[in-house]
Design a protein. Structure first.
Length: 170
């Protein structure tokens, strides 16, 4: 996905000429989506965009995205690093841990921890965990509240911090 240029046709003509290919795109509100035919062309396009400092982001396939879970049943004052260590000992690859907070003015911490796990062979066994740190816990799938994605780094809407290439601030 590339931020929509002023002249899309000229932009696509330049990419196709420079890469010597027949690449098509789809137009959305503020982005254009390039559609490569194979992985090699995908890598070539990515390198071209990097070399020409064109902001973009890539939509990851679902199998490569982190699995988001919520852990219920731990005390509010539990250290997230302790949870990460325990899950790592259980052969899970932890990408991030956040303690969820209430959406009131005080941003009061809740006894809920969102964990992002990198996909591994044993990822399905996360749903079988019944106790963690000597406490009975409940593992649930993280339910998105909907709405537009917002970046944790720059607070802009339309991309997440994973897609750093789309925003120069990130």
């Amino acid at each position: 996905m590339i931020t929509k240029p002023n002249n899309i046709i000229e932009f696509m003509r330049k990419i196709n000429t420079d890469l010597k290919t027949k690449l098509n795109c789809k137009i959305t509100n503020q982005y254009i989506k390039l559609e490569p035919d194979n992985e090699e062309l995908h890598r070539t396009i990515t390198k071209y965009l990097d070399d020409n400092s064109i902001p973009y982001y890539i939509i990851m396939p679902k199998v490569l995205r982190p699995v988001k879970i919520v852990i219920r049943g731990l005390p509010i004052d539990t250290n997230p690093d302790l949870i990460k260590t325990k899950l790592t000992d259980m052969q899970f690859q932890v990408a991030n841990i956040y303690q969820l907070k209430k959406s009131d003015q005080d941003r009061t911490p809740m006894p809920l921890f969102q964990v992002q796990l990198n996909p591994t062979e044993n990822i399905d066994s996360i749903w079988n965990i019944e106790s963690l740190l000597y406490l009975k816990v409940k593992i649930e799938k993280y339910n998105l509240t909907g709405g537009i994605a917002q970046c944790h780094r720059c607070q802009k809407f339309g991309h997440s911090s994973i897609h750093r290439m789309v925003c120069k601030m990130c």
